[in-house]
Design a protein around this ligand. Structure first.
Ligand code: SAM
Length: 318
């Protein structure tokens, strides 16, 4: 990990660990954790699990969600927040291929993820222009670079947040509000997320209690030479916050050195490695409305465990 995070990110990690005993998941993707994420995604795609359900649903919904790409539109910007390996964008670019000039704008905290997405999509879509944006979207700044590209004439802009990423942030509403800062009223945001029966928490716990997930969520600490074993890892359901919590409980006294500082943890102490908030169908809709997004389209799969939502910014909150 050393060498992957920049100076400010190291200080942010130090402060999170020292003052809150939290290891922010986003930093795992910056280091070697990006490989661990690709392993999870590939397994999930080949086993046709939740990731696949989202993909099917998205592909089926594209003709409706992208219906405004007509002969008046010359260019379509696809802004992909948290692009991962870019594979979920294949059906989107395939659909648009013959309809307009497409510009793919992946936005990610991880340079490795941006490169991976670029590699995967350039091979398949040599005509698509790719503009990578390295950015931590928890920072809440307006992305001027995106505003400039998306304000051009005869251009239609679609923003995507796929792969159940929305649930990984401590403050969901803040993330959505920040994304809205970079959007114009005619832009569309498309989200792919799990939806859950919040009474069936045991089912989610099993999904997260695997070696693959552990390898991802512990990647940051391991990158700073802290030994973490699977036996120290547990997953629990926080009923009040409606979130899965992935936790490391020290089996001995330990220390970690970051940015020249040493943080000590006693045997039995916990570090929160990641959270995954779970949304019921009605809470996801309510969240968008509260922030000032109007829902254009909502669809869920038959098993009611994945949804695709398409929203546009509105000045009027309900
Ligand atoms: C769960 S993966 C989803 C990847 C992809 N969208 C998919 O559907 O497979 C989350 C992605 O978001 C990125 N990410 C997480 N936190 C971020 C942040 N604060 N700022 C920018 N990117 C972030 C990660 O690097 C990773 O590529």
């Amino acid at each position: 990990m050393r060498g992957y995070l920049n100076e400010n990110q190291e200080l942010e990690l130090l402060s999170a660990l020292d003052s809150r005993a939290v290891s922010p998941l986003k930093f795992a993707y910056v280091g070697d954790g990006y490989r661990r994420w690709i392993e999870i995604a590939e397994k999930s795609r080949s086993e046709h699990s939740i990731q696949f359900e989202e993909n099917l649903l998205k592909t089926e919904s594209l003709p409706y969600m992208l219906r405004e790409v007509d002969s008046d539109v010359d260019t379509v910007n696809i802004v992909d927040f948290g692009c991962g390996d870019g594979i979920p964008m294949i059906p989107v670019l395939e659909f648009l291929r013959t309809k307009a000039t497409v510009r793919y704008i992946p936005v990610d905290i991880s340079p490795k993820m941006l490169d991976e997405a670029e590699k995967n999509l350039t091979e398949r879509f040599p005509d698509v222009q790719i503009i990578k944006v390295l950015f931590d979207f928890e920072k809440g700044e307006i992305l001027e670079q995106i505003l400039k590209l998306t304000k051009e004439k005869r251009t239609k802009n679609y923003f995507f947040l796929l792969g159940n990423t929305l649930g990984n942030f401590e403050n969901t509403e803040k993330i959505l509000t920040d994304i809205k800062l970079s959007m114009f009223p005619n832009d569309t945001l498309i989200i792919g997320n799990q939806i859950s029966n919040l009474l069936a928490s045991q089912k989610f716990i099993e999904y997260y209690r695997t070696e693959e997930v552990f390898n991802l969520v512990s990647a940051t600490l391991k990158g700073y030479d802290m030994d973490c074993s699977f036996e120290e890892y547990s997953v629990r359901w926080n009923r009040n916050l409606k979130q899965i919590e992935m936790v490391l409980t020290m089996n001995s006294d330990k220390a970690i050195n970051i940015a020249g500082h040493r943080v000590e943890f006693e045997k039995g102490e916990e570090i929160l490695l990641a959270i995954s908030k779970k949304f019921a169908e009605e809470t996801i809709v309510e969240t968008f409305n509260n922030i000032g997004f109007r829902i254009d389209f909502f669809t869920a799969n038959k098993r009611k465990n994945a949804c695709i939502v398409s929203v546009t910014p509105t000045r009027y909150k309900s």
